[in-house]
Design a protein around this ligand. Structure first.
Ligand code: APR
Ligand code: PHB
Length: 390
């Protein structure tokens, strides 16, 4: 087989890029290791920054998001028994975020690819990247007993943190920066009315908690737990009980509980691999960087990679201009690191660190006091949360 751009990974990053390039007449093949059902079964964050929502529209996939997604102009931070609102719209100069589940968004991208006869090949095994430094890279995968070869101009590594693309870059070329946090998030999805129309991030001595939602009948809650905990340690009852203890009384009093329809624990990690280009391989999204979920930056941090790659590819194929692709890694990393800084800061501000010394705790308290006493500090939080410009 032959294509212009071979995309490894059919998550939001790979699908979005494939869709955008297709609309400009650039041919792509997406190779996905899992089945579509598996990909659509993954539950992930649901806050989209303005720029990502715009990309969905440009990809002609924004219709359902615009109809069913909720625009949020603010969120709350609960701390010291108080509930303080961060007015995103006011402090970001008019921006907001869209609350729309990532599962739904991925479904929309798949449907759009189907409608255009996009080539998304599922259940591929043993994807291997070849001759990445040459002008004629190629990719192979195994389909049963058969090895299939795809020749292309460019390979996009959009295969997430555990994918093969980043691992195909020689170790002496790649620098990996990683920070692992000493806790995880236990998440519960329940068919209950959300406790608050806007998200509540709660800082509490017992640990962090988050009240989020997918719709007005579907809630998503999280609590910080030690890494040694497993899902089996947490009955629904124990989860609701602990969540209530971490929220201000006025919020706990109206919390509607019910059976969990999904329950999982995710560790928190910050990670960046640089550079994001090796020859004609370009990394995008989780393949190159991971953020802890505290600032809802995961998907949004992938969005700028896709935006730069999309424009770089269009300039290459339609205008014969390679400046965008040449500058991709540096440009993408500059924004990636800002999203890293913000996610690390939100995580540090809101979590309880098991080994922290009193000095760190006082700084954390002071950071919170400063935030709600300074319009400039709130402005910094808001502009990062709604998304820095691409
Ligand atoms: N070959 C083919 N596909 C692979 C391989 C491989 N060797 N390894 C992984 N994949 C697939 C995974 O099955 C997954 O569907 O690549 C896809 C990567 O998708 P995500 O992990 O969702 O990464 P990305 O698309 O960059 O998502 C960016 O969205 O889902 C969130 O946490 C994610 O916030 C991040 C953002
Ligand atoms: C979620 O709804 O899953 C969610 C929302 C905001 C976050 C993280 C997760 O910061």
């Amino acid at each position: 087989m032959k294509t212009q751009v071979c995309i490894i990974g059919g998550g939001p990053s790979g699908l979005m890029l494939s869709q955008l390039l297709h609309l400009k007449g650039i041919d792509t093949i997406v190779l996905e290791r899992q089945s579509r059902e598996y990909v659509l079964g993954r539950i992930r964050a649901g806050v989209l920054e303005h720029g990502f929502a715009e990309l969905m529209r440009e990809a002609q996939c924004g219709e359902r998001m615009d109809r069913e997604g909720e625009i949020h102009d603010g969120f709350y931070i609960a701390h010291d028994g108080k509930l303080d609102r961060v007015d995103l719209k006011k402090y970001s100069g008019g921006s907001s975020v869209v609350v729309y589940g990532q599962t739904e968004l991925t479904r929309d991208l798949y449907e759009a690819r189907d409608k255009m006869d996009g080539k998304v090949i599922h259940n591929v095994e043993d994807v291997t990247l070849h001759d990445l430094k040459s002008d004629a890279p190629w990719v192979t995968y195994r389909d049963g007993d058969e090895i299939v070869r795809i020749d292309c101009d460019f390979v996009i590594g959009a295969d997430g943190f555990h994918g093969v693309s980043r691992k195909s870059i020689p170790k002496d070329v790649l620098t990996e920066h990683e920070k692992v946090y000493p806790f995880g998030w236990l998440g519960v999805l329940s068919r209950t009315k959300p406790v608050s129309p806007e998200l509540i991030y709660a800082r509490n001595d017992r640990g962090f908690a988050l009240c989020s939602l997918r719709s007005q009948v579907l809630s998503r809650y999280y609590i910080q737990v030690p890494l040694t905990d497993s899902v089996e340690d947490w009955s629904d009852e124990a989860f609701w009980d602990e969540l209530k203890q971490r929220l201000p009384d006025e919020v706990s009093a109206k919390l509607e509980t019910g059976p969990s329809i999904e329950k999982s624990i995710a560790p928190l990690r910050s990670f960046v691999a640089e550079p994001m280009r090796y020859g004609n391989l370009f990394l995008a999204g989780d393949a190159a960087h991971i953020v802890p979920p505290t600032g809802a930056r995961g998907l949004n941090s992938a969005a700028s990679d896709i935006y730069y790659l999309y424009h770089g590819m269009v300039d290459h194929y339609l205008n014969g201009d390679d400046a965008g692709l040449e500058g991709y890694s540096a440009k993408a990393l500059a924004r990636v690191w800002k999203a890293q800084r913000f996610s690390w800061w939100m995580t540090t501000l809101l979590h309880t660190f098991p080994e922290s010394i009193t000095y760190d705790q006082r700084l954390q308290e002071t950071d919170m006091e400063y935030l709600f006493s300074s319009e400039k500090a709130l402005g910094s939080l808001a502009e990062n949360y709604v998304g820095l410009p691409f």
